[in-house]
Design a protein around this ligand. Structure first.
Ligand SMILES: [Zn+2]
Length: 330
């Protein structure tokens, strides 16, 4: 399960080097501005096919490019054969004009329109940067009454936390909690710089974290506090986010690698836990109850000499998505 993707950013891999996250963001905004429904329809289908080939059978498309582009993304997913949950983004301030709605009422109307078209949706207040408290409260209420997934970026960069503290006297996840946005249907994307109190709020509410390690590395975000999340039993799922890499094995390996570097221990997460992050937790985050299975090429060169009892662990420890042979519909 790919619980967090901005598929248009696939075009940016290898570019925008130098500077920091905020410099990268300027390049990203220019790329976003270039998007049209026609471009989304073509490019997303190609990238969704890549995801499916890599073993992602569903994608949570965190979408802020506009309603026509949302329909195009759903069409692209259908053509590629990947399940999509359109995480429609609420954007009140900042970013580009095309990201924004004039009111939270307009946002809810857009979500209702996408649902009426038969698209599986979730609601996604972009961040505490982009949404004021009254928007967060209304979106939290709507998600709760409609039983929809709620995804939100939080604590990716220190500057976002400083700004939130200056505006509200609270850290981002504290603000989300106060606004009624945390529940078992909530996924907080990144949580890279979450402190102990914020992680406690996630644990108490049953909310999940979506980690995107290859993107977080690419953008210089930092490291997820893996062991502190583990000790609180916070569910973790994965996302390809900026799509600099499309490889679920690599995301899981990075997650465990970060945990090992942070703790000086090996096997911080068990193989079973890591597969659950990639599968069950991601499905829950997207509100999916069933999904196809993945078939692996056991004869692949990267598995040569591996004892059959170690194959499952070796897939995460030492293989790329090239070992995925097929997706088998149930
Ligand atoms: Zn994101």
């Amino acid at each position: 399960m790919n619980a967090h993707s901005h598929t248009f950013q696939r075009a940016m891999r290898g570019s925008a080097a130098g500077g920091d996250f905020w410099a990268w963001r300027e390049t990203m905004l220019a790329e976003a501005d270039r998007q049209t429904p026609e471009l989304v329809r073509v490019e997303y289908e190609r990238t969704y096919r890549e995801m499916l080939t890599a073993g992602y059978t569903a994608v949570g498309e965190f979408h802020y490019l506009g309603v026509a582009e949302a329909h195009a993304a759903a069409e692209a997913a259908a053509a590629a054969g990947i399940s999509i949950v359109l995480l429609h983004v609420a954007y009140a301030r900042g970013g580009l004009p095309r990201f924004r709605q004039s009111s939270v009422g307009e946002f809810v109307q857009q979500v209702d329109e996408l649902r009426a078209a038969g698209i599986a949706v979730g609601v996604a207040p972009h961040s505490v940067r982009a949404c004021p408290v009254d928007w967060l409260e209304e979106i939290g209420r709507y998600a709760s009454s409609e039983g929809l997934p709620l995804h939100v970026h939080a604590d990716e960069q220190p500057k976002e936390i400083e700004e939130c503290l200056a505006e509200h006297g609270l850290r981002p996840i504290e603000l989300l909690s106060k606004a009624g946005c945390l529940s078992p249907r909530t996924t907080v994307v990144h949580a890279t710089h979450a402190d102990g109190a914020e992680l406690d709020l996630l644990a108490q509410s049953g909310a999940a974290i979506c980690a995107c390690p290859t993107t977080e590395a690419d953008l210089g975000d930092g490291f997820l506090p893996t062991d502190r999340a583990r000790r609180r039993a916070i569910p973790i799922c994965i996302g390809s986010d900026s799509n600099v890499r499309i490889d679920p094995f690599e995301e899981l390996r990075e997650l465990e690698g970060i945990a090992r570097r942070q703790t000086g221990r090996r096997g911080v997460f068990s193989t079973d836990e890591l597969y659950a992050f990639g599968r069950d937790v991601g499905a829950r985050a997207l509100g999916l109850e069933e999904w196809p299975t993945i078939e692996v090429d056991i004869g692949h060169a990267s598995l040569a000499g591996v004892d059959p009892v170690h194959v499952e662990a070796a897939l995460i420890a030492g293989c790329s998505s090239e070992v995925v042979a097929a997706t088998v519909a149930r």
